[in-house]
Design a protein around this ligand. Sequence first.
Ligand SMILES: Cc1cc2nc3c(=O)[nH]c(=O)nc-3n(C[C@H](O)[C@H](O)[C@H](O)COP(=O)(O)O)c2cc1C
Length: 223
Amino acid sequence: MTDPLKLHPATLNALKLGLFALVTAALLGATYSGTREQIELAQLRMEQRALAEVVENIDHSELLLEDRVEIPAEGRALLRSREGDQIQLVRNGQNQVVALIIPTTAPDGYTDAIRMIVGINLAGVLTGVRVVEHKETPGLGDKVDLAKSNWILSFQGKSLNNPAAAGWAVTKDGGQFDSFTGATITPRAVVRQVRNSLTFYRQYAQDILDDAGTGAATEEMEP
Ligand SMILES: Cc1cc2nc3c(=O)[nH]c(=O)nc-3n(C[C@H](O)[C@H](O)[C@H](O)COP(=O)(O)O)c2cc1C
């Protein structure tokens, strides 16, 4: 009589193989979810760093970056808003709103749309701009990324009237913002969209601040 517990070698091999597959799948699954969490965390950190950076001439020690508000529906076209985009209110230690951080997308980059965040203080002056996502060509269009060049810092301190309308263009088009040699399309797209963000601010900031409730720090707004 054959021992019921004694398995045929082929069955045993199949079982071993099955067990190996199960263990491997479990290990892969664990590694994948760990990696995904790490990527999400890295993205969150990147976003927070960028948010803090675009308000760089405002005292950081007391800044709160907690509340976000919806973008007024009528203003979404100007910003080329995407699903989930919200405006970040920047408050100081006295809970006064001192700046808005506005997400916006330049639709006409060379390769694809260019995602940015634009910090604007209550005087309507740019506190900083950062490209947070792009697919422009390395060595050509990617100079809009602070990791590659300081070009994006040239927006700081500018406003809708500084420079005047004609100056809001790249040098190749007669404006004030440097062009990149052989790659004008990318900086042109960014300059246009930063200006659109300032126009959005002029048209909608007051409503946003009124809705936000707590006292906005009073500052003379540019005409
Ligand atoms: C492979 C390839 C990649 C390019 N990538 C970019 C880019 O990322 N950004 C850009 O503005 N132009 C890029 N260009 C150049 C544009 O086609 C275009 O010639 C240029 O933006 C016009 O700038 P210019 O007026 O200074 O000549 C690329 C061209 C090629 C052939």
